[in-house]
Each structure stands twice: as structure tokens, then as C-alpha cells.
Design a protein around this ligand. Sequence first.
Ligand SMILES: NC(=O)c1ccc[n+]([C@@H]2O[C@H](COP(=O)([O-])OP(=O)(O)OC[C@H]3O[C@@H](n4cnc5c(N)ncnc54)[C@H](O)[C@@H]3O)[C@@H](O)[C@H]2O)c1
Length: 334
Amino acid sequence: MGTVEPKRFARKKEGYQYDESYPGPPHKLNPIVNKKIAREIALLPWHLYVVHYAFVHVVFVLMLLRGTPCRNLVTCGRRSYSNEVQVGRLAGKTALVTGAAQGIGKASVLKFLEEGAKVVAVDRNELLLTGLAKEANNSNLRAHSVDITDLEALQKMAREVGDISVLMNCAGVVHAGALIESTEADFDFAFDLNVKAMYRLCKLFLPGMLEKKSGSIINIASVASSIKGVPNRLVYGASKGAVLGLTKHIAVDYVGQGIRCNAICPGTIETESLQERINAFADPVAARKAFIDRQPMGRLGLPSEIAALALYLASDESAFTTGAMIQIDGGYSL
Ligand SMILES: NC(=O)c1ccc[n+]([C@@H]2O[C@H](COP(=O)([O-])OP(=O)(O)OC[C@H]3O[C@@H](n4cnc5c(N)ncnc54)[C@H](O)[C@@H]3O)[C@@H](O)[C@H]2O)c1
């Protein structure tokens, strides 16, 4: 008797069935229930707890391994996507894309979102941007309707956006014609949009990248000038040549500070503006055939194929690549 705890002993007296070998607290039971049953019933809640916790933990670990199961606010109800674990090749990055509302820019926005980036889509066409936002249906997308040749508008947008990790300069214009047909107005317009706006955007966002010692700038150039002269593309080719100069010099000046700057040089890509150029010919069917025949692969490139390369350059997978001019042209330049 001397080894029995007095309090427990007292409870036993009050009508608790008490098993000495069971270490848990005593449970109030009818005194006639035998010891074995009492012990099994007393253990039941502990088993349930163990099963319940094991189940919850297994489900949680599976969710982490599979990634976030739900990607937009519509299917997530009131949960905010930005608080969820980001997965994908661009997880944790913020990318700004110009010329984002159609063609290569739009395909890149969608690809970047798919890979977990927060994306700032910049375009002067508000209607198309609204369409993009609807199609993407993703709370990681912010759209800014801005004419990127307007410096004040660019500065305002840059203040609102803050730091970014990826800058994709995609907006551009194509003028047709050889030297004689070209005008100074075309020349100024092309250089303002294709080169100066790019220069300004790099200048606005580079300081933030330098502070973090990390950033990827992707400039859309062209097969024109990077690899070859293209007939009747004097102004366009000259401006894209300048894009390559800008790219190489940003790359060399900041290579030691965590900044990478590369150029993508597409061939003929099936986009809205290409269709407009085709429609401007007297015989659009023949013109389309001629555009297709330029590629030994016998087809036009897809915006998504350029976006796939942009994704690679935006991601850390291309960490050893800077100052590159990467052609992607179905063999056009062979
Ligand atoms: N499509 C091709 O075959 C091809 C080939 C080589 C290079 N590129 C280059 O790829 C880039 C994208 O071409 P695309 O054909 O995919 O695009 P696109 O011409 O179909 O669309 C360009 C987008 O840029 C926007 N934009 C134009 N001017 C702007 C401005 N001032 N401010 C803000 N936004 C503006 C337009 O609204 C449009 O949404 C361009 O730089 C182009 O030169 C295209």
C-alpha cells in the first residue's frame, strides 16, 4: 500500500475502475465493468488521435510535394494566391513584359505565370490588356496600360511597380522598305520604340536589380541584323542592330554584379502584326507562302516557342548565359 499514490487510491474508492498497468489518467466507469474492457475503452481516444494526426500530416506532405493545387482566385474562393507557396521555374520572381497584350509578349506573360512568376504586363492597348487579364485569370498578373515611348508615363509605372527580377523588352514596330523608301519619321519612330524605350526601361529597373545583385534582362531583337540583312527592312534592321549593341554593353558592364542581359533573335513568327503585314500585300495568300518558304522547316514559328526561350533566359537555369544573341528561326538564317 505504501507504493500507491494516495490521490489515485482515493479516486478508486469513489467508483473509478482503475488499471494499475495503464499509465494514462483514470476514466470514470461503471464499477462492474471488468478491467480489460475498461482499458480498451480508455485507449480508444488515443488511437483516434494518432490516426487523425497521421492522416493530416500525410495529406499536408503530399500537397507540398505536388505543389499548389489551385492557381486562381475563382477556384480558390476567397483565398489570396499570393499567400500560397509558389512553385515553378520562376517561383519567387517578378517579371515585367512590354508589348504584353499580343503575340510574343502575350505568350511570354502566360508562360511566366504558369511557371509561378508574378507578372507585370505593359502595353499601350488597354482593350487587349483586359482580354489578357481575363484569359490569364491569375491573381499574380498586374496590367499597366502605358505608351512606352512616353518617359513620364514610364517613370510613373516604374514607381508603382517597384523592384523586378526579370525585364523582357518585347514591344516593337516593323517598318517596310529599303533606304530610298524610308523616311526620317519612320526612323525616329522605330528608334524611339525599338531602342530608346528599351534603354529607358533598362535604366529605370537596373538600379533595383543591382541592389539585389540579381536580374535578367531579355531584349527582343530579330534575325534581321543579328545574323543577316533582310530585304526591305532598312529602318527595322537598323533599330534591331542597336538592340544588340544595347544588349552586349549592358551584359559586359554589369556581368560582375549579378545582372544578365541577352537578346532573342526570332525569325518569322505567327503573330497579329505579321498577319497585318501579310494583309498589306496585294496578294496576301502569295505573301504568306513567301513568308513560310523563308524557313527551311516549312512553317512559321509560334509565339509560344519564343516564350519558351524567354522562360529559359528568365529562369536561373540560364545563370551562365549573358550577352548572348540567340536565334530561333526554323533555319531561316542557315
Ligand atoms: N512577329 C515576328 O515575326 C517577329 C520576328 C522577329 C522579331 N519580332 C519582334 O518581336 C517583338 C514582338 O513582336 P510581335 O509580332 O509578337 O508583336 P506584335 O507587333 O503583334 O505586338 C506588339 C505589342 O506591342 C504593343 N505596343 C506597340 N507599341 C507600343 C508602345 N508604344 N507602348 C506600349 N506597347 C506598345 C502593341 O500594342 C502590341 O500589343 C517585336 O519587337 C518584334 O520586332 C517579331
